[in-house]
Design a protein around this ligand. Structure first.
Ligand code: PMP
Length: 360
């Protein structure tokens, strides 16, 4: 069995087989260039076209018009925890409303404390990050709101975007669900997502930011941390991760050509998640899903066993079935099935079948 077909890793995660086949070839020689992917200059015309095409496909998939700047940057999503806010003009005194609803929004908030004054707009810590708030339960006021659309560790996902409020900018970390479903771009001002879930490999982070905000960005930022530097350079300011960005392009082409659009992707992802949650729900004495049902993520299904003494047995059954990546995050333990775009519906159904069998 081809183990990549059942890679349920939380990230870096599954990659489409067709992309891996093209990469195997590109490692030796990119057909259009006649050189290895790892030895092509970032100043080549070929790479300029790669960056432009990747950004163009992203724009089409997301419906992002000319009022949006699309950047591909380095530093992971973690750099954006602070970089996004300094580009919005935050100083250490600027209040930023923060929805703390899981491991990653907490990490982001801690990181952002260096550049702004995060204020808890809602806090799920005391309830163990099992639910998300309705928007009317969060602080609603002008300023800046930071949210994480999908909490990767706990498997919690917002169903909709925050409401538009006059004078409020919404910053969203979509690292673990960008391109998994359609989004209402109008509701956001700045979106960031690293690639290593649905977009490709680690090494590149996509930022979508309204151009009108870049015009108002503060001066005096270190050039590498200033979005405008990267916008002016068309995301080739210094040496970008050429191989990672080319891989992202292949993934984006795959999504466009093999899946079609985000509506179809969302439909498939919903079916995948439904299959796995149904297997857990069919055996409530055995499996305990982490998230409250209303907030269950379609990307990450986190659960534990009612009897943790049986963890090793389930782990063995999953490995024997040829599955990988199903250990829970180190902060939570238990199990987690990540169902990113490249995980096929059949793979999710196979996982569900093994979970059902093992529970019997
Ligand atoms: N945000 C979210 C939602 C994540 O899932 C992760 C990592 N899995 C990060 C941020 C951090 O990303 P990176 O490791 O690229 O800095």
């Amino acid at each position: 069995a081809w183990r990549n077909a059942h890679n349920f890793s939380g990230g870096p995660g599954a990659m489409p087989r067709a992309v891996l086949e093209q990469l195997a070839q590109a490692a030796l020689e990119v057909p259009e260039v006649g050189l290895s992917l790892y030895g092509i200059s970032h100043r080549s015309d070929w790479f300029r076209a790669v960056v432009d095409e990747a950004q163009q496909i992203l724009r089409v998939l997301l419906g992002a018009g000319d009022d949006w700047e699309v950047l591909s940057l380095q530093g992971g999503a973690s750099l954006q925890f602070s970089m996004a806010l300094v580009n919005l003009g935050c100083t250490p005194a600027t209040p930023v409303d923060w929805v703390r609803a899981g491991y990653w929004s907490a990490r982001a908030m801690a990181e952002a404390t260096a550049v702004c004054a995060p204020h808890l707009a809602w806090d799920g810590l005391a309830q163990g990050y099992r639910a998300l708030p309705r928007w009317d339960q969060t602080t609603q006021r002008p300023g800046i709101l930071h949210v994480v659309s999908n909490e990767t560790v706990e498997g919690l996902q917002f169903r909709d975007a925050p409401p538009r409020l006059p004078g409020r900018l919404v910053v969203c970390d979509m690292s673990s669900d960008l391109l998994s479903r359609t989004i209402d771009l109008d509701a956001y001002d700045l979106i960031y997502a690293h690639a290593q879930k649905n977009l490709g490999p680690a090494g590149v982070t996509v930022v979508l930011v309204r151009k009108s905000l870049l015009e108002q960005a503060p001066s005096g930022l270190p050039p590498m941390l200033d979005y405008r530097t990267h916008a002016r350079a068309g995301s080739i300011y210094n040496t970008p991760p050429v191989a990672a960005i080319y891989t992202m392009l292949l993934v984006l082409r795959w999504l466009r050509d093999e899946i079609g659009d985000l509506k179809r992707m969302a439909h498939i992802n919903a079916a995948k998640a439904a299959a796995v949650y149904a297997a857990l729900d069919a055996n409530p004495d055995v499996y305990i899903p982490h998230a409250q049902p209303a907030w269950r993520s379609q990307m990450n299904v986190a659960f534990r066993l009612a009897d943790p003494a049986r963890d090793a047995s389930l782990r063995r059954a999953l490995t024997d079935a040829g599955f990988s990546g199903l250990d829970g995050h180190r902060s939570l333990g238990g199990f987690r099935a990540s169902l990113y775009d490249a995980v096929a519906l059949e793979a999710a159904q196979n996982l569900a079948a093994v979970l059902r069998d093992w529970a019997q």
